[in-house]
Design a binder for this molecule. Structure first.
Ligand code: ADP
Length: 419
């Protein structure tokens, strides 16, 4: 019988979910990331589950529906506290989705109060007097003002959230946060007495987040960025420990698939090839011409798998990518390459690969879907923000790394091969 879950998290996008899961593991919580609302119960023991939704920019009613489904699953696993994870730049529009989702979760949980803070000082996000700063700039002066989907033109988070909420929004000011957990709880009581239901919380340092974390141990619902997570494991008697990131022993052969064309990934591919490792380049025009490059790549890889990591990549410099996009169209080029790499992923696993590194956010999504992976246990970090993960399955399951574009040092692929 699995032990009941401690913390149940609902994240409004995939990379945000990984970011949160990574922080929880580092704080000592054994954490599983679920891709979408799981259809089956939790696989194995975990202290925290982070359900990754794609609800940041969908219509508010859809975000609410999916979030409530996630909540129902988390409660069925026994979650004692719920964490609604939003972006550390509070990405949203006047219609939501942070406010509508938070209020729907409050209704479902029967709670009259939640805090909301995107502060994550380690990532240059601080909140002071209810205003969000990105580095030394107000949010509204940062690049976020030009975001294509969720332009943020107001740094006053109280005003931003109030526009999305029926309930009253207030502020747990920095003076209270700095004075410690008891002062924060007193401030919460005072806000509640005034009829405030959601409070932006100031935090300019990790110490502030730790004080906040301790003060909100008894709240059924927390809303925030992944920074807020650093103060939560202690509430459940947990502290950083290697056991939290322990994964089953790796099995099978090693392979790397790279569909990212970011500068960092270009450097990583070049370094891997320079070090003398085996690499197979996919040529998008040949895929477009109807050639089965997945089969060709698999026939190339099969006899080499026993000798160490192999790399199959479409990674290219911007000029080459633009030339392909001009010919095929951006969407069409992306979809062709993603489909091919996903087919290679399936073929490699069928041929005994048990450790697979995937570079590229969209590429990872396509491969994980093709591999039918729905739950990932989060393991140790390879480079900041990029952990090893493990998906249960036949023959010891599959160890996976899902690296989004610009993450990782130049030697990332060689390092990842050292599990
Ligand atoms: P990142 O995390 O770096 O943004 P993604 O995988 O999210 O990487 O996005 C890269 C996109 O570029 C994918 O849709 C991928 O299929 C596409 N792509 C990869 N290689 C090429 C190429 N050589 N030419 C054109 N498009 C490519």
């Amino acid at each position: 019988m699995a032990t009941p879950l401690l913390l149940g998290c609902i994240a409004d996008d995939f990379t945000g979910a990984t970011d949160l899961a990574n922080n929880l593991v580092r704080g000592g919580m054994r954490t599983v990331q679920a891709i979408g609302v799981p259809r089956a119960p939790l696989q194995g023991d975990a202290d925290a589950v982070v359900i990754a939704l794609k609800s940041r920019t969908v219509p508010a009613a859809d975000a609410v529906r999916e979030s409530l489904q996630a909540l129902a699953w988390l409660r069925a696993q026994g979650a004692r506290q719920i964490f609604f994870k939003c972006c550390s730049t509070f990405d949203s529009t006047p219609d939501g989705n942070i406010g509508p989702v938070a209020e729907a979760l409050m209704d479902a949980l029967g709670t009259d109060f939640t805090i909301a803070t995107p502060a994550f000082p380690d990532n240059q996000r601080t909140v002071f007097q209810g205003h969000l700063f990105v580095g030394d700039m107000l949010l509204s002066d940062s690049g976020m003002r030009d975001h294509p989907l969720t332009p943020m033109t107001d740094a006053n988070l109280g005003r931003v959230l109030q526009a999305q909420c029926r309930r009253r929004v207030g502020l747990i000011d920095w003076r209270s946060v700095a004075a410690g957990p008891q002062a924060i709880r007193q401030r919460i009581d005072a806000l509640r007495a005034e009829g405030v239901a959601l409070a932006i919380a100031d935090a300019v340092s990790n110490e502030d987040l730790l004080r906040l974390g301790a003060a909100v141990a008894d709240l059924p619902l927390l809303t925030g960025g992944s920074g807020l997570a650093i103060g939560l494991p202690a509430n459940f008697g947990l502290s950083p420990a290697p056991a939290a990131s322990a994964l089953p022993p790796p099995t099978g052969a090693q392979a790397i698939l790279s569909g990212s064309c970011s500068q960092a990934t270009n450097r990583q591919v070049a370094a891997f090839i320079r070090a003398g490792h085996a690499a197979f380049a996919l040529d998008p025009p040949r895929i477009a011409a109807g050639e089965d490059l997945a089969a060709e790549a698999l026939a190339w890889a099969a006899p080499r798998l026993a000798d160490g990591p192999v790399l199959v990549y479409s990674t290219a410099e911007p000029d080459a990518v633009h030339a392909v996009q001009d010919r095929l169209g951006v969407q069409q080029a992306g979809a062709l390459v993603e489909r091919t790499l996903a087919a290679v992923a399936r073929g490699l696993v069928a041929r005994g690969v048990g450790q697979l590194v995937i570079a590229g956010g969209e590429t990872s999504g396509a491969c994980v879907q093709a591999l039918d992976v729905t739950q990932l246990r989060i393991g140790p970090q390879i480079d900041p923000g990029v952990p090893w993960c493990h998906a249960q399955g036949p023959r010891g399951g599959l160890h996976l790394v899902l690296k989004s574009g610009n993450f990782g040092g130049d030697d990332f692929f060689a390092k990842a091969a050292l599990l």
